[in-house]
Ligand binder design. Structure first.
Ligand code: GLN
Length: 424
């Protein structure tokens, strides 16, 4: 069994000098690095070497960072444990024998083990926050549009953002400062509204005096007892520092896991069509018509979980079923967005456990995809609503780290960084 956090090690950059001088960075293997292979954790891209850098990588290098490797991940970001990687699993440095979380498990493990100072992950439905929680490090999922997705191999573009992983809230915010900002190569990027701070890192001052923290009851349902105890302690320490906490309700989140998986799989089924042995993927040797040739490459190159999702996504989008699945999921997504907007009329941030359970034993969850999907209950609503969230370490239970998630209003990164820094 491989326990390594990296699929490929490298030493690239810097191209300039700045706030990341001397900082080593691990980059998730679905983020393009010029001249360094980028596999997405898939046999399909085992030999793929991109000719260009993702915008975030360009910005890292220009800010003084050195990229030390491409980190292990669930294949194309599809998973919660990093075990769907074609390159084998990664062990959890904070809880050996357990999964590091996923899909950015290699990035979190690299930071937790000290193999990289900081790392980049991508978060479609929790893939930065889950591994941050499971490995006892900090992870930020930015507001949709704050960080360029140019050069990120798409899984479900309407949901995902690249985000930082780091040992401290301040270091994660510093990395966000470097990668955030409008990019003309990604038309979905947005400038933060007027009044946004110049530096998110400066907000890591621990000052939560007067902050109102909402705790959605729905995000505590089914949460493991030890996780809930650690979460309660975190709330207590926020109150000790002058914050107030109150219970709120987000009834729509009961539909979030179903809606998320329908939307994510639908987008994936379209995005992954390019891996056909002609545009991307190994050239096919199959004889016969192009359909057989494509099928042969895809049969060989994709793993189980990826195939399952392409099939289900194609089904959800097909004529006759579109209205029953995809259209309903979009309605649920709109409802989730509205619920969050209403909640933020009354509170400054929302708090919940990041993951409802401690890290799984290696091998435990792969048998049962539904169990794996349900573990995303607290993270996927945030992606459906395009909001920012941070996961910060908050003690341990059953020998594994616990993470607390703080969710902010759109472009409210400053608030979640501030609140997160009060817990660290
Ligand atoms: N676990 C979720 C999924 O499998 C989230 C993955 C992600 O954020 N990339 O889709």
């Amino acid at each position: 069994m491989s326990t390594s956090a990296f699929i490929t090690t490298a030493e690239v950059g810097p191209t300039g000098s700045g706030p990341l001088d001397g900082v080593t960075v691990g980059v998730k293997d679905n983020i393009s690095t010029a001249g360094v292979r980028t596999t997405c954790g898939s046999a399909m891209l085992e030999g793929y070497v991109p000719p260009y850098d993702a915008t975030v990588v360009e910005r890292l290098k220009a800010a003084g960072a050195t990229v030390v490797g491409k980190t292990n991940m669930d294949e194309f970001g599809m998973g919660t444990t990093t075990e769907t990687s074609a390159f084998g699993p990664t062990d959890n440095p904070a809880a050996p024998g357990r999964v590091p979380g996923g899909s950015s498990g290699g990035s979190a493990a690299a930071v937790a083990a000290g193999d990289a100072d900081v790392a980049l992950g991508s978060d479609t439905g929790g893939s930065v926050r889950c591994p941050a929680a499971f490995c006892g490090v900090v992870g930020i999922k930015p507001t949709y549009g704050l960080v360029s997705r140019y050069g990120l191999v798409a899984y479900a573009n309407s949901l995902e953002q690249i985000g930082p992983l780091a040992p401290t809230v301040e270091a994660a915010a510093e990395l966000l400062d470097v990668i955030a900002g409008v990019d003309e190569r990604d038309a979905t990027t947005r400038a933060p509204p007027a009044g946004a701070p110049d530096s998110y890192a400066d907000a890591a001052d621990g000052d939560v005096d007067g902050l109102t923290v909402g705790v959605p009851t729905e995000l505590l349902e089914g949460v493991d007892e030890g996780v809930e105890a650690a979460f309660d302690e975190a709330l207590e320490s926020l109150r000790d520092r002058g914050a107030t906490t109150e219970t709120v309700s987000l009834p729509s989140v009961e539909t979030a896991v179903q809606a998320y998986y329908v939307i994510a799989m639908s987008e994936a089924s379209s995005n992954l069509a390019r891996f056909d042995g002609v545009r991307y993927g190994p050239a096919t040797e199959a004889d016969g018509d192009w359909n057989d040739a494509f099928a042969a490459v895809r049969e060989e190159g994709f793993g189980e979980e990826v195939k399952r999702r392409i099939l289900l996504g194609t089904y959800a989008l097909s004529a006759g079923y579109h209205d029953d699945y995809y259209a309903k999921a979009q309605d649920a997504r709109a409802w989730v967005k509205r619920d969050f907007e209403e909640a933020f009329e009354a509170v400054d941030v929302l708090a919940s456990p990041t993951m409802p359970v401690p890290p799984f034993e290696l091998g435990e969850s792969l048998e049962d995809p539904l169990q794996m999907y349900l573990a995303d209950a607290n993270t996927v609503p945030v992606n459906l609503a395009n909001l920012p969230a941070i996961s910060v370490p908050a003690g341990e239970t059953d020998g594994g780290p616990v993470g607390v998630q703080l969710v902010g209003p759109a472009f409210g990164e400053e608030t979640i960084v501030r609140a997160g820094s009060a817990l660290a």
